[in-house]
Design a binder for this molecule. Structure first.
Ligand code: GAR
Length: 192
């Protein structure tokens, strides 16, 4: 079976990236991680890539806080295309994408978010869910558009909010669900 070329982008510790690479290594996901990219120099996700022998690059994001500078985004697209990336997987990448990425990878960029979208987009959504008194929250995988966590939802997984939950305990439980859900959704892209 032909392997789907993945490009994984992240700004943080890389637990979702690790889960994906583990499923590939175990032979459960007919994909190949061709490149890992981070906008944060010392992000754990780059160490995860090195541990699994995946090509990786730190891409200095430029002067904006929430997006990449246009010339940097052009460079990102070039790097991904050059590496043979067919599906762009955002795994804790804390910037919005614009052009040329959205046009070059139309419906080929996905993101995981720690809430049941469309509820609680943005940062620290588990805290938002706790503050709102939700009994059930979870995580969602969605197509990426120009907004913040706003593209069409592909799949969701529910996680109960338990009595006595702290932001940390709830986030940890959501992340366990994320690490199961994301490889499953990527597998759907391998089948088409
Ligand atoms: C994940 O929980 C992911 O859902 C979240 O960042 C974390 C990255 O963790 N993403 C967002 O909030 C996107 N809006 P990781 O680096 O351990 O995979």
């Amino acid at each position: 079976m032909k392997k789907l070329g993945l490009g994984i982008l992240g700004s943080g510790k890389g637990s979702n990236c690790r889960a994906i690479l583990e499923q590939i290594s175990a032979g459960n996901l007919p994909a190949e991680a061709r490149l890992v990219v981070s906008d944060v120099f010392d992000a754990g996700i780059l160490d995860v890539a090195r541990e699994f022998g995946v090509p990786n690059v730190y891409l200095p994001p430029g002067k904006f806080r929430t997006r990449l500078e246009p010339n940097v985004e052009m460079e990102l697209e070039r790097l991904l295309q050059q590496a043979g990336v067919e599906l762009v997987v955002l795994a804790g990448f804390m910037r919005v994408l614009k052009e040329p990425m959205l046009g070059a990878y139309r419906r080929r960029i996905i993101n995981i978010h720690p809430s049941l979208l469309p509820k609680f987009p943005g940062i620290e959504s588990w805290k938002q869910a706790l503050a709102a008194g939700e009994k059930i929250t979870g995580c969602s995988v969605h197509y990426v558009d120009a907004g913040i966590d706003s593209g069409e939802v592909i799949a969701r997984r529910k996680v109960p909010v338990l009595p006595g939950d702290t932001p940390e305990s709830l986030h940890a439980r959501i992340q366990i669900a994320e690490r199961a859900l994301y490889p499953e959704v990527i597998a759907q892209f391998c089948e088409v």
